[in-house]
Ligand binder design. Structure first.
Ligand SMILES: [Zn+2]
Length: 234
């Protein structure tokens, strides 16, 4: 017959094992997800793409401005060259020259806006690159820390699992199964102490005869309220 004390010892091991497993899972999660490098990388990528697009726009704008400027020069030379004397032709030429001049000015304004934005983006990019560099360094250190912790937790876990299998070798399978089921269904606590006549699992008071049986420790006594295995203070 398996004693409640053995079950209690088993539970203590299982609680430690649960904690180790939880820590391992947390470290593994952080190792796979928890770092700022990825976010910064995509931010930098977006910035770089924006700059590339804007530089294309800048080039096109420059070409357009240059061709309008050329047109303006040629219109002016026609206007003042003296070859055209018809007043109506001169008037329409003048209008065209004025329109083209307006276009040239507009292109120049657009161009200077684009230039300014590109400069700002480039400054931002330089800062982001520095930040990314720092984040990579920090992350490398953290990664090494996490990997070491995972390794250490793995070794610890193996040690406790060894202890656990030694302990369960001496337990009868039916009690062990009962323990496993209780631990799953009772929030991880299958065995609990009785203190001042109260089950420490559910805080309900136990009848005197039940307390007596727990103290004897001859057989497994279950709490009449929560169904957990009971162990007396010793
Ligand atoms: Zn209880």
């Amino acid at each position: 017959m398996t004693s409640a004390k053995q079950m209690f010892a088993l539970q203590e091991l299982d609680i430690i094992l649960d904690r180790i497993q939880g820590d391992q899972a947390k470290a593994e999660y952080e190792l796979n997800n928890g770092h700022a490098v990825g976010t910064l990388e995509s931010e930098l990528q977006r910035d770089t793409e924006w700059i590339q697009e804007s530089e294309l726009q800048q080039k096109a704008s420059k070409l357009e401005a240059a061709s309008q400027k050329e047109r303006s020069v040629s219109l002016n030379s026609q206007l003042y060259g003296g070859e055209i004397t018809n007043p109506r032709d001169l008037e329409s030429l003048e209008r065209e020259a004025a329109n083209v001049l307006k276009l040239v000015e507009q292109h120049e304004t657009d161009l200077s806006e684009i230039n300014e934005k590109i400069e700002e983006a480039q400054t931002r990019k330089v800062k982001l690159e520095a930040k990314l560099g720092d984040a990579r360094t920090t992350w490398e250190a953290r990664q090494a820390e996490l990997e070491a912790a995972i390794k250490e937790l793995g070794a610890k876990r193996a040690g406790f699992e060894g202890q656990r299998s030694k302990l369960t070798e001496g337990l009868d399978p039916t009690s062990l199964k009962h323990y496993e089921i209780l631990r799953k269904s009772k929030g991880g606590v299958a065995v609990c102490k009785v203190e001042r006549g109260l089950c420490q699992g559910c805080r309900m008071s136990l009848p005197t005869h039940q307390q007596q049986r727990v103290r004897n420790g001859q057989q497994t006594v279950l709490c009449s309220s929560c169904g957990r295995m009971l162990i007396g203070l010793s």
